[in-house]
Design a protein. Structure first.
Ligand code: SF4
Length: 434
């Protein structure tokens, strides 16, 4: 019987969040009330959208399934469904281990999930969804899957081959998002820079950006998950000349040592990595670079790690995240390389990189004191509002904290803010009414 209320629990990355939002949009049109990531057991049907990226993420997914399985055994919920990356990969094993789960789905089973929930698939909703984040920004997924073969990564095994969404579909989705009040579009994919190769036989991110740039009420367009090899440099002048495309680029480099990069099957070496970063900073002065670093990869020596530290010190990334290598089933690295760096040492290296980055981030933030920036307001906390500059993406980067005792400031609006102080990961600002 069609449930009246469903709780969708979303784990993992922004791509998973978009999948949950699409499902929520469909269920909402079937007059089903929705909760998100809730412990509120008044929703007696629960759908968990899992992540299967790395060990920690898998464990978090399993813990969530087990806790709701417990609720089901206790009679507090009636139905439990699991979807997403972990389920895509380990459906059969999970089914044996977790009989409380009514059904397991993969990453491309929207219609099947809607059907089992006794709802109707609404074809007319293509490109529409229910935003579960504050309504002034939205993730825009431009493709699915990945054709790269990074030796540590299981995503191609989970999400399959790279499939670009046609430009017209992306533009209609972006217009829909703009029509419901979205001002900031955050472009995501497994590999953003590969966009178009499958359907247009060439990299088409530049064309897509020029089209998105025309959408009037969109004020910011942000790029995440770029890939360094054969980077489409034709987007750089478009980014520089556009008043909407943020001078911000998220591009995971993972490492800098050429031997490690080769073993990671990243198809780029140290020299070309450094050249690419130089080009970014020459073509777009002041661009904020976010990257991800992977430490403890098989064969990473102390000298390799020292080289990586030097790279982080020299490059001074504006934003940086670090992961420790975890052996993922059936990946090239898991099959062919020995996971020889002890877990403790992996963690020590990750901590050392983050300490380095903390100092760099403080220096970069301190350089912003006295300058005025356009800031979007994300939320209110007591007498303060919290926002971001164009150099900061949601949830992963720095924030701007501003006193607003008058509560006159609107969430989702842009304001001019002068920076008066800085910490490692935050900026302190005051309103600039000039
Ligand atoms: S680009 Fe590499 S790391 Fe990223 S999803 Fe594809 S295979 Fe994984």
């Amino acid at each position: 019987m069609k449930p009246k209320k469903i709780n969708i629990v979303t784990l993992g990355c922004s791509k998973n969040l978009v999948d949950s939002q699409v499902l929520a949009g469909q269920l909402q049109k079937n007059n089903i009330e929705l909760l998100h990531d809730s412990n509120d057991l008044s929703a007696r049907t629960v759908v968990i959208n899992t992540c299967g990226f790395i060990l920690d993420a898998k464990q978090e997914s399993i813990d969530n399934i087990l806790s709701f399985a417990e609720e089901k055994r206790a009679g507090n919920i009636d139905h439990l469904f699991v979807m997403g990356c972990l389920s895509e990969r380990y459906k059969d094993a999970l089914r044996k281990e977790m009989p409380e789960v009514d059904e397991f789905f993969g990453v491309n089973n929207l219609r099947e999930i809607i059907e089992i929930l006794d709802a109707d698939y609404k074809k007319e909703l293509l490109g529409e969804r229910q935003l579960t984040n504050p309504g002034h920004y939205a993730y825009l997924k431009i493709s699915e899957g990945c054709d790269r073969s990074c030796s540590f990564c299981a995503i191609p095994l989970i999400r399959g081959k790279h499939i670009s969404k046609p430009i017209e579909k992306i533009i209609s989705e972006a217009n829909y998002l703009a029509s419901i009040g979205v001002k900031e579009l955050i472009l995501i994919a497994q590999d953003l820079t590969y966009y178009g190769i499958d359907i247009y036989k060439k990299q088409a991110l530049a064309e897509l950006l020029l089209e998105l740039d025309k959408i009037e009420s969109i004020e910011w367009i942000r790029l995440h998950y770029a890939y360094p090899t054969s980077f489409p440099t034709d987007i750089l002048p478009i980014m520089r000349l556009s008043s909407k495309i943020c001078n911000y680029l998220d591009i995971p480099f993972q490492h800098i040592n050429s031997r490690i990069l080769a073993d990671m099957k990243r198809n780029i070496d140290k020299e070309n990595t450094l050249q690419l970063i130089k080009k970014f900073r020459k073509e777009i002065p002041g661009i904020a670079l976010r990257t991800t670093i992977l430490v403890g990869f098989p064969g990473e020596t102390v000298e390799d790690f020292e080289e990586l530290k030097e790279f982080v010190k020299e490059t001074r990334f504006d934003r940086l995240g670090v992961f420790t290598y975890s052996e993922e089933d059936d990946t090239h690295a898991a099959i062919h390389l020995k996971d020889d760096v002890p877990e403790k040492e992996k963690q020590r290296r990750a901590d050392e990189i983050m300490l380095l980055q903390q100092d760099i981030s403080l220096e970069i933030n301190t350089e912003k004191i006295g300058r005025t920036f356009k800031v979007i307001i994300d939320r209110r906390e007591g007498d303060q509002v919290i926002g971001r500059t164009e150099f900061d993406s949601v949830e992963v980067d720095n924030e701007v904290v501003i006193e607003d005792p008058s509560a006159s400031i609107q969430i989702g609006n842009f304001y001019k803010v002068e920076i008066i102080d800085a910490t490692e990961f935050d900026l302190i600002g005051i309103w600039n009414y000039d």
